[in-house]
Design a protein around this ligand. Structure first.
Ligand SMILES: C=C(O[C@@H]1C=C(C(=O)O)C=C[C@H]1O)C(=O)O
Length: 339
């Protein structure tokens, strides 16, 4: 099967690209190109232009993807162990309480075995994922990742850039308590402050009041921000400017702490796609660039599947609460993918 990239907007419009893909270091003119990288932005040529691009709908996906007889997968999940994560959690919390660090997002990965079928078929579920999410997928021979994320890194068109702070999590039933939860608000406002400062160097930033986002069985705080750029910036350069935000990274976003974050991610064997930017520039007249944060998804290599989830740790975080939040996030993915 050819390499495949997929991107779906919250309004349902979607595109599938079939390989071979040509790689570029800067977004090529004319759009119709995907941005695919890992969390560390290690690919210097992240813009991937497919040999063939098709705008698709949920019911025309199979035409674009060509299943070749692939069946829906069955995955047997193993319960994740607590030890390593607990150690990372304690160390991060200690750094936060000593006021050296404000926030960091460690990631726990549940692992599974694909006992039958092919995960490529899960693209169908990505196409019909709940509203308020962006679907993404990148599939190569024998490996890939896909998901539906509620988190926009930015949307850019001309000199106008829109973004959101999305952080702070609860179950929909816990809404009343959530709205006044000091720890969740702090976790969220750290991200707002970060984005305001970062984008403030590019133009005048406007912030909407903190609101709620309900996406796929979870509730988050969401604050929309926008900026009118003083001068144009290539979207790949804008990624480097803002990624990783403290919604999936750390604050301060200094090399010292980023190195520590990478260390935890390696120790916990977090798949590289998780928390990475994933994007698409619309073809034709529009040329709108959509860049999202690849969370709420799974990855696989051969018969091994990985299901990561992360949680922001601040001074007020308690292990049992965060452990539950990690589980809720993974359950939301499993349910969205119908696994
Ligand atoms: C890291 C994840 O989600 C991020 C972390 C959140 C939080 O800590 O409250 C909320 C939304 C996302 O920014 C995830 O879904 O795994």
């Amino acid at each position: 099967m050819m390499d495949i990239a997929l991107f779906r907007l919250p309004d349902g419009r979607a595109w599938i690209g079939q390989g071979p893909f040509e790689s570029f270091s800067e977004a090529p003119e004319g759009g119709g190109v995907f941005y695919i990288n890992d969390f560390d932005l290690s690919d210097p040529q992240p813009w991937k232009k497919p040999a063939q691009l098709m705008e698709i709908q949920a019911d025309t996906l199979a035409q674009g993807a060509g299943w070749n007889g692939a069946q829906l997968p069955h995955i047997q999940w193993a319960k994740p162990a607590t030890e390593w994560f607990k150690m990372a959690f304690r160390r991060i919390r200690r750094e936060v309480l000593s006021k050296r660090l404000e926030k960091m997002v460690p990631v726990l990965t549940e692992r599974g075995t694909i006992t039958e079928g092919d995960p490529v078929r899960l693209l169908e579920r990505v196409m019909t994922a709940p509203p308020n999410t962006w679907g993404y997928g990148w599939i190569q021979q024998g490996k890939g990742y896909l998901g539906a994320t509620p988190e926009l890194l930015f949307r850019a068109k001309g000199n106008r850039v829109e973004t959101m702070a999305l952080a702070g999590t609860a179950k929909p039933g816990d809404q009343t308590a959530f709205l006044t939860d000091v720890k969740e608000i702090e976790e969220h406002e750290i991200v707002v402050r970060y984005l305001t400062e970062r984008l403030g160097t590019l133009g005048v930033v406007e912030r909407e009041p903190r609101g709620l986002c309900q996406a796929a069985k979870l509730l988050h705080f969401q604050s929309n921000l926008s900026v009118t750029l003083d001068k144009p910036i290539e979207p790949g350069a804008l990624v480097r400017e803002v990624h990783p935000t403290p919604a999936v990274g750390c604050l301060p976003r200094e090399e010292h702490w980023l190195a520590r974050l990478r260390e935890y991610r390696e120790q916990l064997e977090v798949p590289g796609f998780f928390g990475a930017p994933f994007g698409f520039i619309e073809p034709g007249e529009s040329l709108a660039c959509h860049m999202v944060v690849a969370i709420r998804g799974l990855s696989w290599k051969g018969h091994e599947a990985q299901l990561p989830s992360g949680c922001g740790i601040v001074g007020g975080s308690a292990f049992d609460h965060e452990w539950r939040e990690l589980r809720l996030k993974r359950e939301a993915v499993v349910s969205m993918l119908g696994l």
